[in-house]
Design a binder for this molecule. Structure first.
Ligand SMILES: NC(=O)c1ccc[n+]([C@@H]2O[C@H](COP(=O)([O-])OP(=O)(O)OC[C@H]3O[C@@H](n4cnc5c(N)ncnc54)[C@H](O)[C@@H]3O)[C@@H](O)[C@H]2O)c1
Length: 337
């Protein structure tokens, strides 16, 4: 069968996912698109898809089996709650919602519905390298994880990027993937700021070093450096009692030329995670098509990410260690993280 998808938000990532569902993935078709900018929706809608006036009409449409939310973060909760009320599967780009209160409303609504409908767009769980890391950790080959060293580096960011976005928009991906990799919860967060780079806009704290502690006592250090100049570089190394496992760099040929041996460093995140996005959607569509609950990041994971990244902003602003203070995890969402 073909899963008919309605898209709310036809901006940068909305268009990317429409292209993905139309040209890359089999088994899905975009049948409805909306955006508060109607011209943008019309431009993004593939042949045969209707442009609808708002998110509510996309959710209600008879020819929409599943909903994709790619609008601005503060609008996500409303669309996700509408989809749950209609009993339709919904894929929501991160963040699930921008406040813990809105995330909890979604969690309550989903539990009242009785089965999982929500998947949140944390695509790193679909990256081949992270998946291999998880297999190694679960196999026990490195023993119990003790420390994780991470870096998230972007070449530059625009002037609109704020110090809080280092946690809310950048580190949020590490927060999700580390909870999943370690099957452990982040219980406290702290931020220390080294000497600031001269390559930043004046208002920005860059780089930042985030220090997380998990319930099992694992310590995570994450360098977020968004004006590193040289490339888009994601590093992750988990150190265990008996060994370590490291995220591989993206495949790149080695070049020997002009007296040098070099390999390219990527400069944008789109290329780094393109395959992960494809896999993420392939697996989501397969689950929807089979009538199964989604297997990817849940509304609970979306809630945890919002709480932990908001606490990290508080840690940056206060200079203190902040407890993440998550509610007890409902059994509805299984596992530890
Ligand atoms: N997973 C990832 O790595 C990743 C990457 C990029 C963006 N995102 C997330 O995707 C979301 C969108 O990001 P973007 O870069 O595409 O932003 P964008 O500004 O390019 O696009 C957002 C679009 O949503 C529309 N919109 C806003 N509110 C709406 C509403 N209520 N109904 C319908 N349309 C509405 C806007 O007009 C705009 O066209 C954000 O939450 C962002 O954090 C995730």
């Amino acid at each position: 069968m073909t899963v008919r998808v309605g898209v709310i938000g036809a901006g940068w990532i909305g268009k990317e996912h429409i292209r993905r569902l139309t040209d890359t993935i089999t088994g899905a078709r975009v049948t409805a698109v909306t955006d508060i900018d109607a011209a943008r929706a019309a431009e993004a809608a593939p042949v045969g898809a209707r442009v609808l006036p708002d998110g509510a009409s996309v959710v209600a449409a008879d020819d929409v089996d599943a909903v994709l939310v790619t609008s601005w973060g503060p609008t996500h909760a409303e669309h996700v709650l509408n989809a749950i009320a209609a009993g339709k599967p919904v894929f929501c780009e991160k963040p699930l919602a921008t406040t813990a209160e809105d995330c909890l409303k979604i969690i309550e609504a989903e539990q009242a519905h009785g089965r999982r409908l929500v998947q949140v767009g944390f695509m790193r769980r679909y990256d081949a390298g992270y998946r291999q890391m998880k297999q190694v950790i679960e196999s026990g080959r490195i023993g119990e994880p003790l420390i994780v060293h991470c870096a998230h580096r972007n070449p530059t960011v625009p002037e609109s990027y704020t110090s809080a976005m280092a946690a809310l928009d950048t580190a949020v991906h590490e927060v999700d993937v580390l909870r999943w990799l370690l099957d452990d919860e982040i219980v406290s967060t702290q931020v220390v700021t080294p000497r600031a780079t001269g390559k930043r806009f004046e208002h920005l704290r860059d780089p930042q070093i985030m220090l997380f502690e998990t319930a099992k006592g694992v310590r995570i250090d994450l360098e977020v450096f968004v004006n590193c100049q040289y490339g888009y570089d994601i590093q992750c190394e988990a150190v265990g009692e008996e060994g370590l496992v490291r995220l591989p760099d993206p495949a790149a040929v080695g070049v020997r030329s002009a007296g040098q041996h070099s390999t390219e460093v990527l400069t944008d995140w789109v290329g780094r995670f393109a395959d992960a996005f494809d896999t993420e959607f392939r697996e989501w569509i397969a689950a929807v098509d089979a009538g199964n609950e989604p297997t990817g990041p849940s509304a609970w994971d979306g809630y945890a990410a919002t709480v932990i990244t908001s606490a990290t902003v508080e840690a940056l602003e206060s200079g203190r260690v902040i407890a993440t203070d998550l509610k007890p995890r409902p059994t509805f969402y299984g596992g530890i993280a």
